[in-house]
Write a new protein. Structure first.
Length: 955
């Protein structure tokens, strides 16, 4: 039996099996990753694998083999009576590599746990003979570096990545053939039916988008030290036999990338340059041209397609050379490239001078240097690290900036996934620069996710189409780690790894290189659809899949906005590929447009877009104040002004929208009528307020029901619900002294403010789906108070298991402003008085071993780090029992109250105590990276903008 993988399975079959995932051209490989992350076997179900491909396109299947006695060969079929021959297949074993996913950026971006130590990444090429893959080549995935340990005897599921190339000239129709698993007697043990649908169009060999990666010289020396350690980059030559291994490695890297429709370049490759006294610069290009020439002409590649990007080389320390000789070199280098007809593919790249967004001074300095370089040669292009509205054009006040007549020779950074609104329009009458995207620029907001799954890679191709960019620069493409045993950063996009890590001579590709090929082919689909007159169909698709966020002037960039961008739903990516194919076919050469087909396609596209382009709404702020009760009621009541962020993911601008409470929690009193919201601007985030009142006497102190609000679009009439938990609880005065010993034996259920799971922190998938996710373990919180202290106690589960070597530290690590790396709990507290006066905002972090950190928040406008440590004399005790952590603490009121109120309370002979406390409690689990809060969802532990409230009550 053969079966498909990564879908709901029936009962697991007995005996040998093969499981296959539909092509990552249609399905995202992260489904395989997700299964691995959760520590379960790849799921299988019986059925047919469907592949949809254009001619000259690559599609893929991931096949899982369950080893059994006698199984020896995987037979791959041909199609179309041999026109798609068996030699069009490529086979690789998928092997895991250590990845450090225990990072806040990974968890918040993927919503996956951080408890695994490796992910499927490396692809070891498998030899085939007439479509037969000898399974004896397969390794045990538990020992990926050792080829001598056979996978067939390991008892482990074995994954094989299969690529299929559909050649040009194949008749466009559907073909069926099985993949067969046979034993050593050639008897078929299982089959997997494959349905291949070939479309009636061809993907061009020409790349309409340059997806490029950088091969750093230091990385070459790190991974191939024996070949590169003693070689100077200006002396590397194809004619020197001593350097043959180094040349062979570069050829492998460049050729392997080109075979996947992407490309690499080596910035440190350079000519030999001399400046003789009193003479013009002398440049020896012979070694450089001999090395790079076959790549730039395409003669090194089977496709014969030349590279379409290789920047003019910068010699070492060029930035330290005086301006005049530096420009002399640029002019001579540009002339040489122009003579070889390479100059149109070889800009001079100017680097950023400072990290972060370019400020005015940097914009001026870069623009002035660009002016000098543009003046050095009449046809040279200059790639700037500036966006269009940051380019400084010469005028009467500063004639040394960019000449308006040369702007057509500029390449500017296109606005990325998160960008600011342009402050000025491009001047009329000036040639508009070309655009390029650079994924390694930090931008306005840190963004994690480059290497999480193929959707995070493909989104950049769709974004490039949206921004009319012709190049995507991914930065370095080689691993930053030094060995297979060193865990990689999951946010790095690694294209290749050294073969020596796996005991092979050749460079080893990764799954992420396959994602890049899929991204490039996506761009070819989009380009072909646009060329055939369907730009109005595909632009909206690109917009809703990319979901860029545009920050307005004066609007503070919010790190949470990075969770809004892109599309986390794998179903959306699968359906988009099918819609793109239909769009291309709709207006083929010599084909009259069928209006009925167009109407049907438009309907399907709208149906596909509807769930993706719905607005994303998220709770962001809670402003709690003390309120008077209605006549005849017991006070105080609590007033809430809730701040809701609304992100318009549509390319429409809906007006007359409505926001209302759909399901208030017990004790909440709300107005039945909706709040009207004015027009929503495309791809912007707008804050909207909505109010409620809460009677603390009617709330359930320990079981907090979610509150649901609903947003109704004034354009489509669709309603989008959102649930959150903003707890209101009572904290009762204790009538007896409390022993702070960590046992919790003096607390009773009536003291509880939480009994059950808390709310998981925000993740990108949950936020985009408006899902309220609860923690995997229950928590208990108890509260009480006296004239001197506030008492808080907790019982949480999920404490990390003891390790052979335990480490401790006297600080709290924060990643994306989330406490990280060890088990700990946090509290946010702020006293609130009847008249609206508030005490200092206090943050407390505690660890199981008894460490306590207390911080007060100062004015962030006046302090770079507003959180400042202080010692209020908190008493804390804990007990640890396997995975259960109990803690009790007494917090002196003197650290929480508004000191200016003390005299006022003294006049009425009462202690200075607030009416209520803004409060939140957060737990972070070391082993799986899960963070959860009492009030939520929130994005970070020290988020004081969204809290619950505890009202102080007398017995």
């Amino acid at each position: 039996m053969l079966s498909n993988a990564f879908a709901p399975p029936p009962t697991a079959p007995e005996g040998p099996t093969v499981a296959a995932a539909p092509s990552p051209a249609v399905n995202r490989p992260d489904l395989m990753t997700a299964a691995t992350l959760r520590g379960v076997d790849v799921q299988t179900f019986a059925g047919t694998v469907r592949l949809d491909a254009a001619q000259n396109e690559w599609v893929s299947i991931v096949v899982q083999i369950k080893p059994a006695a006698g199984v020896s060969v995987l037979n791959l079929p041909d199609f179309a009576q041999g026109k798609i021959a068996r030699n069009e297949w490529r086979a690789y074993q998928v092997l895991p590599m250590p990845v450090d996913v225990n990072r806040a950026g990974f968890v918040r971006h993927t919503g996956l746990p951080a408890s695994v130590e490796s992910l499927p990444r490396a692809l070891i090429p498998l030899t085939m003979k007439n479509g037969a893959v000898d399974l004896a080549q397969l390794r045990d995935p538990r020992t990926p570096a050792d080829p001598s340990i056979r996978g067939l005897s390991s008892g482990q599921p074995l994954l094989i990545w299969l690529d299929l190339h559909v050649p040009v000239g194949v008749k466009p129709e559907s073909y069926r053939a099985p993949i067969a698993l046979v034993d050593d007697k050639a008897a078929v043990q299982a089959t997997l039916p494959v349905l291949l649908n070939v479309a009636d169009f061809v993907l061009s060999d020409e790349r309409h988008i340059a997806i490029v990666g950088e091969v750093g010289w230091d990385a070459l020396k790190r991974h191939w030290a024996e070949s590169f350690d003693v070689i100077q980059p200006n002396l590397l030559s194809r004619t020197d036999k001593r350097q043959a291994n180094a040349v062979r490695t570069l050829d492998e890297l460049v050729t392997l990338a080109e075979a996947h429709r992407v490309q690499v370049y080596v910035p440190r490759l350079q000519p030999t340059v001399k400046w003789p006294a009193g003479q013009p610069v002398q440049i020896d290009w012979s070694d450089f041209d001999g090395l790079v020439g076959p790549w730039m002409t395409g003669s090194a590649f089977a496709s014969r397609v030349p590279l379409n990007y290789w920047p003019v080389p910068k010699i070492d320390y060029l930035s330290n050379i005086a301006s005049a000789p530096r420009l002399e070199y640029y002019a001579a280098a540009a002339a040489h490239f122009d003579q070889l007809d390479w100059l149109r593919r070889a800009p001079i790249v100017l680097e950023k001078l400072l990290p972060g967004p370019a400020q005015v001074q940097e914009r001026v300095l870069v623009s002035a240097e660009a002016r000098r370089v543009l003046d050095a040669h009449p046809r040279v292009r200059v790639a700037l690290p500036l966006e269009l509205d940051e380019v400084q054009i010469a005028d009467s006040r500063n004639v040394n900036l960019i000449d308006p007549r040369t702007t057509g020779r500029l390449d500017c950074v296109a606005p990325g996934l998160i960008s600011s609104s342009p402050l000025q329009k491009w001047p009329d009458g000036l040639d508009r620069p070309q655009s390029w995207l650079r994924t390694d620029l930090r931008g306005l907001i840190p963004y994690a996710g480059a290497g999480a799954d193929d959707g995070d890679v493909r989104v950049w191709a769709w974004m490039a189409f949206l921004r009319k960019a012709k190049l995507i620069n991914w930065g370095t493409c080689l691993p930053s780690t030094t060995s297979l045993t060193e865990p990689a950063d999951p946010n790095e996009l690694t294209w290749f790894v050294p073969g020596s890590w796996f005991g092979v001579k050749e460079v080893v590709p990764t799954i992420q290189l396959k994602w890049l090929r899929r991204a490039e082919q996506d761009f070819e689909y989009l380009t072909l659809a646009a060329e055939r007159g369907s730009i109005v169909n595909v632009l909206p698709m690109a917009r809703v899949l990319s979901k860029p966020v545009e920050i307005q002037a004066g609007q503070t960039p919010d790190p949470t906005y990075s969770l809004l961008i892109g599309t986390a739903d794998p179903q959306a990516w699968r359906a988009a590929q099918a819609l793109l194919s239909q769009t291309v076919l709709l207006k083929g050469p010599g084909k009259e447009q069928n209006e009925n087909e167009l109407a049907q396609l438009n309907l399907q596209t709208l149906q596909w877009m509807e769930p993706i382009e719905k607005p994303v709404i998220l709770p962001r702020t809670t402003v709690w104040t003390v309120g008077d009760p209605p006549a005849g009621e017991i006070g105080p009541w609590v007033n809430l002004r809730l701040g809701i962020d609304i992100y318009n993911a549509s390319d429409t601008t809906p007006d007359h929208n409505e926001l209302r409470f759909a399901k208030p929690a017990p004790g909440w009193v709300v107005q039945p009528e909706a709040t009207t919201i004015s027009k929503l601007t495309m791809f912007q985030v707008q804050r909207q307020g909505i109010s409620a009142r809460v009677d603390p006497m009617r709330v359930r102190d320990s079981k907090h029901a979610p509150v649901q609000i609903a947003f109704q679009s004034g354009y489509s009439g669709r309603t989008t619900p959102l649930s959150f938990i903003a707890p209101v609880a009572r904290s009762m005065r204790r009538t007896a002294a409390l022993r702070i010993n960590g046992s919790l034996d003096e607390w009773v259920a009536d003291d509880a403010v939480q009994l059950g799971p808390m709310v998981k922190m925000m993740s990108r998938p949950a936020l985009q789906q408006h899902a309220l996710e609860m923690a995997s373990t229950p928590s208990e919180l108890y509260s009480g108070w006296s004239d001197d202290d506030l008492f808080l106690s907790f019982r949480v589960e999920g404490l990390g298991a003891p390790r052979p070597v335990m480490a401790a530290r006297n600080f709290v690590e924060y990643q994306y402003d989330r406490a990280w790396g060890e088990d700990l709990c946090q509290m946010i507290l702020q006293a609130v008085y009847d008249d609206g006066t508030v005490g200092p905002l206090v943050h407390i972090a505690i660890k199981p071993a008894g460490n306590v950190w207390v911080e007060r928040k100062l004015d962030p406008r006046l302090n770079v780090n507003p959180w400042q440590n202080f010692n209020p004399g908190v008493r804390y005790a804990s007990t640890l029992e396997q995975s259960v952590w109990r803690g009790e603490m007494a917090i002196p009121w003197s650290s929480l109250i508004a000191a200016e109120k003390t005299e006022e309370f003294a006049k009425i002979r009462k202690p200075n105590l607030p009416t209520m406390l803004r409060f939140n409690f957060i737990q972070h689990k070391r082993d799986n990276g899960e963070s959860a809060s009492w009030a939520g969802p929130i994005d970070r532990g020290r988020d004081d903008s969204f809290t619950g409230v505890m009202v102080l009550k007398e017995p």
